[in-house]
Design a protein around this ligand. Structure first.
Ligand code: MTE
Length: 321
C-alpha cells in the first residue's frame, strides 16, 4: 500500500495574524459569541458547549504539523467563510455566512448504525476522543467549479467506523445532515429532498484521506462551513463533502445521494475530480482558485491520484462519473 502524504502546516502558516483578526471580527459580527480565552490559535465562545470543551482539551497546545506536498498557498480565511454552498441556509453563496447563526450545533450527537456490530448514538464530545484526533492537520485542496486550499482539523473517518465494527455486508456508507426546517430556512423550500444525503463506497470511506473535520485554520468549524462536524473527501467534487453530519449508516445496497436523486444526468455517485469528463453545462478542464486571477488546469483526482487512483482501477470513469 502506498504511503499516504498527509499534508502539513508549519505552525507559522496556519493562522496568519490578519486571518486571526478577521476571525475575531467574524465572531463579533456573525455569531455574537464573543472571543473568549483562546487555546493556542483557537477561539472559543464563552460558555462553550461540552463538545467544544472536548475539542479544546484535545487540541490544546501545539497542533502537530505534517509535511505538505507542493506547498500551495492557503486560501484566505475570509474567502473560505464568506463564499459557501450550504443550501439549508439559502442558495446564494453569501447566505450561509449571513444565516450561519441559525444552525443550532449544541447539543449535537452522531448516530452510527446499519451494518455495524456496535451501533450507537454518541454525544459529539464522545466522538472527539484523543485517538480520533491523532492525525489532526490536513491542508487539502477542495474543488467545485472553484478551488480552495484549506487547513482542516480532523481525523480519518475510518478511525470512527472501526470503533463500531463494520460487518462483512457493509459495502457503502450513507451520511445524513441535520434536519431542522424551523431554523434552517432552505429546508422550508423543496431545493432538495431533505435532509442532505451523501454516500461513499466502503473502500473510499476507509481511505486515510477521507476525513471528518471539526475545525479549520486552527479553530473550531464555522457554522457556514459545516459545524460541528463535516466530511472532507479531497479527490471528489465539493458536493460530496457533506456538512453538519448527524447520521452515518453502513449499508449493503448503494444509497442515492441528494444531488443524484435531484439530477442524475448532472451529478454522479462517484464525482471524482476529472478534467476529461465535462459537466453537462460546463467544462471541468480548468478551475478558478479563489483569491487568484485567471484559471488553472484541473488535476485528475484533484492532484491526489497517487493516493487514490488504485481505488478505481479498471473502472470507466466516463460512465462512473
Ligand atoms: N452539505 C450540506 N449539508 N448541505 C449543502 O448544501 N453543499 C455541498 C457541500 N456539503 C452542502 C453540503 C456543496 S455543493 C459544496 S461545493 C460544499 O459543501 C461547499 O463547502 P464550503 O461552503 O465549506 O466551501
Amino acid at each position: 500500500m502506498a504511503r499516504y502524504r498527509y499534508p502539513a502546516l508549519p505552525a507559522s502558516e496556519v493562522t496568519p495574524k490578519a486571518l486571526f483578526e478577521a476571525r475575531r471580527r467574524f465572531l463579533r459580527r456573525g455569531v455574537a459569541l464573543g472571543a473568549a480565552a483562546a487555546a493556542p490559535g483557537l477561539l472559543w465562545p464563552q460558555g462553550a458547549s461540552a463538545w467544544q470543551e472536548a475539542l479544546k482539551s484535545e487540541l490544546d497546545g501545539e497542533l502537530p504539523t505534517r509535511r505538505m506536498a507542493g506547498g500551495e498557498a492557503l486560501t484566505d480565511y475570509e474567502d473560505v467563510t464568506t463564499y459557501n454552498n450550504f443550501y439549508e441556509l439559502g442558495t446564494r453563496k453569501s447566505d450561509p455566512e449571513v444565516f450561519a447563526h441559525k444552525l443550532v450545533t449544541d447539543p449535537w450527537s452522531l448516530t452510527i448504525e446499519g451494518e455495524v456490530e456496535k451501533p450507537g448514538t454518541l454525544a459529539l464530545e464522545d466522538v472527539l476522543s484523543r485517538e480520533a484526533l491523532e492525525e489532526r492537520i490536513y491542508r487539502l485542496r477542495c474543488v467545485e467549479a472553484w478551488s480552495m486550499v484549506i487547513p482542516w482539523i480532523g481525523f480519518p473517518l475510518r478511525d470512527l467506523l472501526q470503533r463500531h465494527d463494520p460487518t462483512s455486508r457493509a459495502k457503502y456508507v450513507l451520511f445524513e445532515s441535520i434536519l431542522d426546517p424551523d431554523n434552517l430556512r432552505g429546508q422550508r423550500r423543496s431545493i432538495l429532498d431533505w435532509p442532505y444525503r451523501e454516500a461513499l463506497r466502503m473502500d473510499e470511506a476507509m481511505h486515510p484521506l477521507t476525513l471528518l473535520a471539526v475545525g479549520m485554520y486552527g479553530e473550531m468549524m464555522p457554522n457556514q462551513n459545516g459545524a460541528p462536524i463535516r466530511l472532507v473527501v479531497p479527490w471528489k467534487y465539493g458536493f460530496k463533502s457533506i456538512k453538519s453530519v448527524v447520521r452515518i449508516a453502513l449499508t449493503e445496497e448503494r444509497p442515492t445521494p441528494s444531488w443524484v436523486a435531484q439530477n442524475p444526468e448532472e451529478y454522479g455517485f462517484y464525482a471524482n475530480v476529472n478534467p476529461e469528463v465535462d459537466h453537462p453545462r460546463w467544462s471541468q478542464a480548468r478551475e478558478r482558485r479563489i483569491g487568484e486571477r485567471g484559471y488553472r488546469e484541473t488535476l485528475m483526482f484533484n492532484g491526489y491520484g497517487d493516493e487514490v487512483a488504485e481505488l478505481y482501477a479498471g473502472m470507466d470513469l466516463n460512465r462512473h462519473y
